[in-house]
Write a protein that binds this ligand. Structure first.
Ligand code: AMP
Length: 216
């Protein structure tokens, strides 16, 4: 399957992507994780991306398009399909993806839009904890780890993302409305957009997603 997960920061795309990748048997591509890894390793792309990520701005299209399109050309994605979390985020990125898929003679199956209000998004992100190793996601109130500060899955330390501060989140939400929301119309026109109410619990959202994808 070739899927895109769309939605504001905090809509739960990352959490759902982790669940979906096994059921859909597709490769998971998380643009934010790729960029954070490049930043941690101080690669040339990381050094460039860091300037934008830490203030909640979008990394230039040219950089992320190159990352995403070369990843999609990899053998695992060609064979198993992919789930894209965090890409595309602008019309230029969406057009570049379409162009790449056209060259591969492949098509997107679905674009899932997780809808959520800014208030809930803000609440969720402020309480979000992420595993520093396996990237599992927790929330201090709604889904805390069994042991404080430790990942249930791999036992590594949990941390707060640097860009999960209220000031940076406001910027990320602003960019989302401005740059990414127009993609809803873009994919609606292609007749592949599915909307899911993302204010419910993780389990309910997953059930709804699987049902709408005919995977339940
Ligand atoms: P995320 O983990 O998806 O919230 O992404 C974290 C940050 O990485 C964003 O706030 C952007 O600075 C950057 N980023 C991730 N994906 C993209 C993209 N497709 N285009 C531009 N910047 C991106």
């Amino acid at each position: 399957m070739r899927l895109i997960l769309l939605g504001a920061p905090g809509a739960g795309k990352g959490t759902q992507a982790q669940h979906l990748k096994d059921t859909a048997k597709s490769s998971l591509i998380v643009m934010g994780d790729i960029l954070r890894e490049a930043i941690a390793k101080k690669t040339p792309i990381g050094l460039e991306a860091e300037k934008y990520v830490h203030k909640g701005a979008l990394v230039p299209d040219k950089v992320v398009i190159e990352i995403a399109t070369s990843r999609i050309d990899a053998k695992d994605c060609l064979e198993n399909g992919f789930i894209l979390d965090g890409f595309p985020r602008t019309c230029e990125q969406a057009q570049a993806l379409d162009k790449k898929l056209l060259a591969q003679k492949k098509k997107l199956d679905r674009v899932i839009y997780y809808s959520i209000s800014d208030e809930i998004a803000m609440e969720r992100i402020c309480g979000r904890l992420t595993c520093t190793k396996c990237k599992a996601i927790y929330h201090i109130v709604s889904s805390p780890p069994k042991k404080t500060g430790i990942c249930d899955t791999c036992g590594s330390e949990l941390g707060h993302r640097k860009d999960d501060s209220p000031e940076v989140i406001r910027e990320r939400l602003k960019n989302y409305h401005h740059e990414t929301e127009p993609l809803l119309q873009y994919y609606k026109k292609q007749n592949i957009l599915l909307e899911i109410d993302a204010k419910c619990s993780e389990d309910v959202i997953l059930k709804d997603t699987l049902k709408k994808l005919n995977l339940a």
